[in-house]
Ligand binder design. Sequence first.
Ligand code: 13P
Ligand code: ZN
Length: 316
Amino acid sequence: MDFRDHRSRTDKASELMDSMRIEQSWFVAEMIRVTTDMWQKGWDERNGGNVSLRLTKDDVAPYLKTWNNTRTLKLTEPVEGLDGECFLVTGTGAYFRNVERAPEQNLGIIRVLPRGENVEILWGFGKDGAPTSELPAHLKSHYASQARAGAPKRVIMHCHATNLVSLSYVLELTSANITRALWEGSTECLVVFPDGIGTLEWMVPGTDTIGDATAAALAHHPLALWPFHGVFAAGTTLNEAFGLIDTVEKASELLVNVIAMGGPRQTISTQNLIDLAKHFGVTPLPSALAQNGWRMAPLAAEKPRKEAALFGAGVR
Ligand code: 13P
Ligand code: ZN
């Protein structure tokens, strides 16, 4: 016996119980950290944003027996290729600033049941809460993002990155153009996301339609822009997904400043981008590299008449 250890048996037993508590697991601890950071970055006002992390069998094994009060939730559309997979997900309506204080109310663990028609809520979301309303986009993207090269993507992250969303109001909305602008926005960008950012049209959030479009974009790019709303990222880890959005958001902030100062007078050239790609051994998205610089969207008055009418009666 170690005489320096004065703890009683009950103390030790309760310490062991504590270390078994899911709040002490690496995945809940990391989810708390990342959602808190996202809140502090200003990307997740109110209940804005949602995150999902795919858990392995080893992650959930120690807790499976303790989850005996489960509920089933029908998905709006069956999801492909995820039968039996478990995910730690933020709750719908959850404020990221509250996750640290009440993880069990604001986070939850779901398992996709056979045929992908339902999910089982294993833990969390309070008494009668539910996973994020963007679950279709998350689950469809988890499946689709595996198509991209590299380590399996375990994380899908959505937030309302302020400067990137601002840019969606003024830049021409194509993947090539937004990618090219971001690459020129900061030297590290081409190296961090050589596959660029996919862009969607504006769509109603929380639907299977926006979920399908997001998944299609994340099959080719690590990031997808939802204009006038936010961004999705697919990453191997929470750290990587956060880093992708942080990098995009930093470049976006610089671009917003540059545009506010009257636009660039000098920038990173196509040859600079080629040199960067060569040095870091990455293959840049061809359409963004082929484009000569980036373009602002045309002003309403420059648009065809029919489209201009959408911007108000004053425009002829
Ligand atoms: P949830 O609260 O349902 O996750 O929705 C937040 C959001 O950002 C929707 O796009
Ligand atoms: Zn959102």
